[in-house]
Design a protein around this ligand. Structure first.
Ligand SMILES: Nc1ncnc2c1ncn2[C@@H]1O[C@H](COP(=O)(O)OP(=O)(O)O)[C@@H](O)[C@H]1O
Ligand SMILES: [Mg+2]
Length: 283
């Protein structure tokens, strides 16, 4: 079990600016929403607690297939907690979370089924440094073979892993020791480890935190093409607001245990940004 230090309170210093040297952002084409009508994830009156304290209260939201949603909000507001609930690691104190085709996450069988179709890109990468990059990507498929298998990974899995590395522009580093990669490269290995699962639901907790803005846009374009090609549902915690505006179809802004903004990314104007990021700095 991994114990991460818990942030103690909401810190809000405004959204992190995207580096100014970046070229102006281009808006990605929207997928044809009409052809992706199904809700993949539905939260019904969900309350999430940590240490007995309600972090998010009475949340009802659904996320549609074939869309990218950006989750934004101050540090400590509960974005990672919500991601933890969506991948079944944190059980709601009240309400329910359902995944289309799997069922409610509080049912063990449904949870197993939901997990098969879900991939998560973690904030801290959670990579094994001593392994080659491609082996870390293969770990994304660990639940698809026997845990004690002494056999080498099957060739078909290795090809999938190579394709995933290629999608994030890292095929040339496949055999490099992961510990020797740069922060941005490690982040891309983490993304490839999620993509190799060919998920229906892709969750990312600040997946672009340590990549530069140009690469973040390229990876964003990769996500967009997966959404269009495979009808994926993507939910990303993003702290770069300009990137959230251009990459996402929809922005959900959290503040003070609730949804403070929910709408098309194009409607997330300075007023909406102010409402989401208005919490006073802790001190
Ligand atoms: N492992 C944990 N144990 C107990 N409380 C936690 C833990 N992680 C986070 N919290 C609490 O939940 C709140 C929300 O944290 P988090 O979801 O990580 O916020 P965000 O991702 O928006 O920065 C924090 O303010 C903290 O008080
Ligand atoms: Mg977080």
């Amino acid at each position: 079990m991994i114990h991460l230090p818990a942030p103690t309170s909401v810190r809000c210093f405004g959204p992190a600016p995207l580096a100014t040297r970046a070229a102006p952002l281009q808006r990605y084409e929207h997928p044809d929403m009409a052809s992706y009508p199904a809700a993949t994830v539905t939260l019904d009156r969900v309350t999430l607690k940590r240490n007995g304290r309600a972090i998010l209260s009475d949340l009802s939201l659904s996320f549609l297939q074939g869309t990218i949603t950006a989750l934004v909000g101050c540090s400590g507001v509960g974005k990672s907690t919500l991601m933890g609930a969506l991948n079944g690691l944190i059980a709601p104190a009240a309400g329910s979370i359902s995944i289309a085709g799997a069922g409610r996450l509080d049912d063990a069988r449904s949870l197993r089924e939901a997990r098969r179709g879900t991939a998560t890109i973690f904030q801290d990468h959670a990579l094994i440094d001593r392994l080659p990059a491609i082996d870390n990507v293969l770990l994304g498929l660990a639940d698809m073979r026997h845990p004690l298998s002494p056999l080498p990974w099957p060739k078909s899995f290795r090809i999938r892993a190579a394709v995933a590395l290629d999608e994030v522009g890292l095929l040339g580093r496949a055999t490099a020791r992961t510990g020797q990669l740069s922060g941005g490269e490690r982040q891309r290995v983490g993304i490839a480890r999620a993509l190799v699962r060919r998920p229906r639901l892709l969750l990312g907790d600040e997946p672009f935190a340590s990549v530069d803005p140009v690469l973040a846009r390229q990876l964003g374009a990769t996500f967009r093409s997966l959404v269009v090609r495979n009808g994926l549902t993507v939910i990303l915690v993003l702290h770069q607001i300009p990137l959230a505006r251009t990459l996402a179809d929809r922005i959900v802004g959290l503040a003070d245990t609730r949804v403070a903004f929910d709408g098309p990314a194009t409607d997330f104007d300075s007023e909406a940004e102010g409402a989401v990021f208005s919490a006073a700095p802790a001190g």
